[in-house]
Design a protein around this ligand. Structure first.
Ligand SMILES: C[S@@+](CC[C@H](N)C(=O)[O-])C[C@H]1O[C@@H](n2cnc3c(N)ncnc32)[C@H](O)[C@@H]1O
Length: 279
């Protein structure tokens, strides 16, 4: 790939999705953008680059942006955050919201929906305690294709074998040929929308619990700070934020602080895990 084309694509991607690509990732750009060039009946990446420069076709720019997203996800990914959610965060916030009886949960950068559905399974287990509560789970992602997949709730054998306990598979999924679809009941608990974390988040409303995992790793420091600050505006003081295992707020923003003794969990200061034990 020509250096000027690499620079043009990487600038475009940084602006549109926050993705930072260094020159050693040129092979990634090539392998992921070739299918886009073919889809648009172009001979190769030079023609794709020329078209982007000369014609600002939004559909083409979206295809390029989506092709470069990494959509890796799995049910109950890393397990610990979900144990923490069930044993610590949910009981504490239910206590704090006892009068209001409502909780809103956001899976920001939800990919194909496994994170949001994992949460819905936990909430379904706790249904008796949550009777009369208004619980909302919202999943958002920049990729229209991922949002459609998440809405369908359909997964391959490989996907349901990764991290999903067999009891949950049997309880909540129906097999259809070589695919598995999550039950209508759980699909009704979750809504999915296309949303860019770099944009205005205010229309999404306020969330008590935010899972924003394994997406900040693709951004540079100023973008991470901007996204974390936008997220903080959508949360109350005692809300909690989950980041991925390779992500932190430390050295990036002072809006959030780590929750004592709880790895990967952050709050704006109003949430305390004092006395809590997560098995
Ligand atoms: C590696 S997946 C993480 C999925 C899930 N959170 C998890 O931890 O399993 C990263 C997701 O972030 C999405 N993404 C990347 N940039 C984004 C942006 N600017 N706004 C919203 N979503 C974005 C991608 O489309 C992709 O689905």
């Amino acid at each position: 790939m020509r250096v000027e084309d690499f620079d043009m694509f990487s600038t475009l991607l940084k602006q549109r999705s926050g993705l930072v690509l260094t020159r050693d990732k040129a092979y990634l750009l090539e392998s992921r953008l070739m299918p886009v060039a073919r889809k648009w009946n172009m001979k190769g990446l030079e023609e794709l680059a020329t078209t982007v420069r000369t014609r600002k076709d939004e559909a083409l720019l979206r295809d390029i942006t989506e092709a470069m997203t990494t959509n890796e996800s799995s049910f109950f990914r890393d397990q610990k955050p979900f144990d923490q959610f069930r044993q610590l965060v949910l009981p504490k916030l239910m206590e704090a919201r006892a009068a209001k009886r409502s909780l809103r949960i956001w899976s920001a950068a939800c990919s194909s929906g496994q994170e949001a559905y994992s949460l819905s399974m936990i909430l379904n287990d706790e249904a008796a305690k949550l009777a009369g509560w208004r619980i909302e789970i919202v999943g958002t992602d920049i990729s229209a294709e991922m949002v459609e997949r998440a809405k369908s709730g359909i997964y391959t054998q490989f996907e349901v074998q990764r991290g999903l306990p067999i009891t949950m598979l049997v309880k909540h999924f129906k097999q259809n040929g070589d695919k598995w679809q999550i039950s209508q009941q759980l699909r009704q608990m979750v809504s999915f929308r296309e949303w860019n974390l770099l944009g205005d988040l205010s229309a999404l409303g306020q969330f008590d619990i935010v899972f924003c995992r394994n997406v900040l790793i693709y951004f540079d420091q100023p973008t991470k700070a901007k996204v974390l600050e936008s997220i903080s505006r959508q949360m109350p003081q005692d809300g909690v934020l989950y980041l991925g295992g390779a992500e932190t707020v430390l050295g990036i923003t002072d809006k959030f602080k780590p929750v004592d003794g709880q790895r990967g969990l952050y709050s704006m200061g109003g949430f305390s895990a004092a006395g809590a034990k997560v098995a």
